[in-house]
Design a protein around this ligand. Structure first.
Ligand SMILES: C[S@@+](CC[C@H](N)C(=O)[O-])C[C@H]1O[C@@H](n2cnc3c(N)ncnc32)[C@H](O)[C@@H]1O
Length: 292
């Protein structure tokens, strides 16, 4: 099949089938207005795999024998990976102050034991969010060392459904323009300048971060650990309300008692949960797990 392959029209009934299939597999809900976007993504996939009509591909993807890689390459063309360093400053400030208070509480409760904090970035895309959180935790440690000669052992895990986004995240190399929102002192402290205006996050930060491929609709044994902070920004906006609720329930299960869940503004309209209490902060949408 040549690259000039003309995509056939997609009937409304056909679009509805695709919409439901994608929602079931990935949580992504494509409104009718994104039909052209779906057709473009499917065309790339059909050309690559040699399919000539939507139905053929639909039937293939709707069987149990379909390979994970088939889904992965299609979802990669449909997901929005847009992200940047220091994207949500109010949410980041909230995480920093929560972690500082947690660290001080832990040091007070057990002054001689090493203390740990685990943060989870859900839908981490190409890694900027994970590294921003890790940099902020490192800065917190510098402050703790100054004020009480202690530090907290922290880790930041990122998960995403997209293999290519995670490959970029693991390398931690970014073009200079991607660091536009990184303060200069932070850039100098935490990035190594490479050739051709590229920068790589320093090993001291990379070693604190790990990246896992996973679908948040199928959180499984890969994520047994529970977290002090779960940070989920600009992911659920693409999901339907009932899915959002189901995903949030899964996230809450992985939140430690007393832990902080930070969601993006507009991520959800309402949360139905007996164990969460809203954090009083007009700039962020965040909850504490009550059962401390
Ligand atoms: C718009 S980006 C947000 C990145 C980052 N959280 C931020 O706010 O800058 C959304 C990310 O969610 C990921 N995503 C979408 N659906 C997902 C799913 N079902 N499981 C895991 N990740 C998913 C996408 O691959 C994408 O990288």
């Amino acid at each position: 099949m040549s690259a000039s392959f003309n995509m056939p029209e997609m009937e409304s009934e056909e679009f509805v089938l695709w919409q439901a299939l994608l929602e079931k597999q990935t949580g992504l809900w494509l409104p009718e207005s994104r039909k052209a976007f779906l057709i473009t993504a499917l065309s790339r996939h059909m050309i690559e795999k040699g399919f000539t009509n939507y139905n053929e591909l639909y039937l293939k993807l709707n069987t149990d024998s379909v390979s994970i890689l088939d889904w992965a390459s299609l979802t990669d063309s449909l997901t929005v990976n847009e992200t940047c360093f220091y994207r949500e400053t109010h949410s980041l400030n909230l995480v920093s102050s929560y972690c500082r208070n947690m660290a001080l509480e832990k040091f007070q409760a057990a002054p001689d034991s090493p203390q740990h904090l685990q943060i989870w970035s859900v839908g981490c895309s190409t890694g900027e969010e994970v590294y921003t959180l890790a940099i902020e935790m490192d800065k917190l440690n510098l402050g703790l060392k100054d004020s009480c000669e202690k530090e907290i052992y922290f880790g930041v895990s990122g998960i995403d459904i997209s293999y290519p986004a995670l490959a970029v995240a693991r390398e931690g190399i970014y073009a200079a323009r991607q660091l536009d929102f990184v303060p200069t002192t932070t850039k100098n402290m935490y990035f190594n300048r490479l050739a051709d205006e590229y920068f790589q996050i320093k090993d001291s930060i990379r070693q604190r971060c790990c990246f896992i491929q996973s679908n948040i609709l199928e959180l499984d044994a890969k994520l047994k650990q529970n977290y002090d902070v779960i940070y989920c920004q600009n992911v659920l906006i693409y999901f339907k309300q009932d899915r959002k609720q189901a995903v949030i329930e899964q996230l809450v299960e992985r939140l430690k008692p007393g832990g902080l869940l930070v969601l993006g503004h507009g991520e959800v309209t309402s949360i139905n949960s007996d164990v969460l209490t809203r954090v009083d902060n007009k700039h962020c949408l965040a909850y504490l797990r009550k059962d401390k």
